[in-house]
Design a protein around this ligand. Structure first.
Ligand SMILES: *Cc1c(COP(=O)(O)O)cnc(C)c1O
Length: 438
């Protein structure tokens, strides 16, 4: 593994200084600023396969993959070819194209709960539009979300739990008026009793319950099977829509998303609505939401719920997404990806255990998480108990060894099909060195 060369004339430092003068915090999305872990963000120059190179020419094994989309690794030849071909045909028309139809067909074929789908350009747009659609279709106002789940940055979803049990939340961002989140009920993840209480108090007014079924925005926390089962039962009983936010997990944890993982334990399980993003664009701005025909027909131009987008179903993005979706359907793709990801988590666990460092980890498909704790957290307050200074030391030691993990404790990690057994071994070696030096 190449060692990080810390030179006085670091281009990363110079770029960060330049960026900070013009872009708030020097970045176009907050987590990129390294605020949680400290230090200078790496400015990426180029990427190939499992690696990217920063502005100083340093190579990193990439365990973020653009926060999930790059499931094939960077610069997959088939995807690059599809994008190059699409670019030559045209960038954007504001009129329908055949590839949008193909994209819809792929999604509907791969995700059984989706009968109709609409393409948008970001996960935020997908979840925001699902909420409006759920409210429009049910004629109700209230929504349920869970503490620690991230659903993008639309106003109604930037909410934290209120002070009491099953109370309505307060904004987590300045600029979100309290009246905008007054209908958002924030509950504890995996807490069945609280969920039941919320439905018994507000059930008839709840338009939808939105959940990250495997939460990747509080590191990696699975919703338990009994919890998901109860979510499904209560939504059905009270006529609320069950919305799976699979922007991260869709096509990442399994070909059919997290819902297909739960359907193995809960026969016939389906959410009513699903938000998709990240992998479906293969690294281009694309996301989608879909569900039953009856609900989707409420969308304009068929129904009264308005939703639109100048770049929605963009021809270059659909080319990239389609090529990606076709690659991941090849036989054995998820078996290999899952095995590689499990070998990483097992290797890290062994490295920590040998050094007497508490460690626990979990993964599904190509998504993983780990904590420097003895037992896996089940909800956000438990995640918050993690010791972040030790994570930050781990993060920087790995970075110096050329391994790039998410620069925050509260983020999941991603393995791509391009990561080799050698990449995993090199990563584990770096972890062994770190744990031994502690
Ligand atoms: C990334 C993410 C979003 C937001 O998607 P953007 O494309 O960043 O707007 C929403 N929900 C989940 C679960 C996500 O991981």
């Amino acid at each position: 593994m190449e060692q990080n060369i810390k030179s006085a004339a670091s281009r990363n430092d110079a770029l960060f200084e330049r960026a900070k003068k013009l872009i708030p915090g020097g970045v176009n999305s907050p987590v990129r600023a390294f605020k949680a872990v400290g230090g200078t963000p790496r400015f990426v120059q180029r990427a190939q396969g499992a690696y990217f190179w920063d502005a100083d020419g340093q190579r990193y094994i990439d365990y973020i993959g653009s926060w999930g989309p790059m499931i094939l690794g960077h610069g997959h030849p088939t995807v690059v070819e599809a994008v190059q071909k699409a670019v030559l045909e045209g960038f954007s028309y504001g009129a329908p194209t055949e590839r949008e139809v193909e994209m819809a067909e792929e999604i509907v074929n791969l995700v059984p709960s989706i009968e109709m789908v609409r393409l948008v350009s970001s996960g935020t747009e997908a979840t925001m539009s699902v909420i409006r659609l759920a409210r429009g279709a049910t004629g109700r106002s209230k929504i349920i979300k869970f503490e620690g789940c991230y659903h993008g940055h639309s106003d109604a979803l930037l909410v934290k739990a209120g002070s009491g049990l099953a109370t309505f939340g307060s904004p987590t961002s300045a600029g979100v008026p309290p009246e905008v989140v007054k209908d958002t009920l924030v509950l504890e993840y995996n807490h069945i009793v609280q969920l039941e209480e919320a439905f018994s108090l507000h059930g008839k007014n709840i338009a939808c319950l939105m959940i990250e079924p495997i939460a990747g925005n509080m590191n990696f926390v699975r919703a338990s099977v009994p919890f998901i089962k109860r979510c499904r039962e209560l939504c059905t009983q009270y006529g609320a829509l069950l919305v799976f936010d699979e922007v991260m997990t869709g096509f990442r944890v399994a070909l059919g998303g997290a819902q297909s993982v739960y359907a193995k334990s809960i026969p016939g399980f389906k959410p009513d609505m699903t938000a998709l993003g990240k992998v479906i664009g293969g690294g281009m701005p694309m996301a989608a939401f879909g569900g039953s025909r009856a609900v989707m027909e409420h969308l304009a131009p068929l129904g009264g719920v308005y939703q639109a987008g100048t770049l929605s179903g963009n021809p270059v993005a659909t080319a990239c997404g389609l090529a990606t979706l076709r690659e991941i359907q090849k036989p054995g793709f998820y078996e290999a990806l899952g095995a590689r990801t499990r070998s990483l988590v097992a290797g890290l666990a062994q490295a920590a255990t040998q050094a007497g460092v508490p460690f626990c980890g979990d993964s599904e498909g190509g998504m993983f998480g780990f904590f420097l704790l003895d037992t896996l957290p089940q909800n956000y307050p438990q995640v918050m108990k993690t010791d972040s200074p030790s994570f930050n030391r781990f993060f920087h030691a790995m970075l110096d060894s050329g391994v790039y993990y998410a620069p925050a404790l509260y983020e999941a990690g991603f393995v791509s099909a391009a990561h080799t057994a050698e990449d995993i071994a090199a990563t584990v070696d770096a972890a062994v060195r770190f744990f031994a030096s502690k």
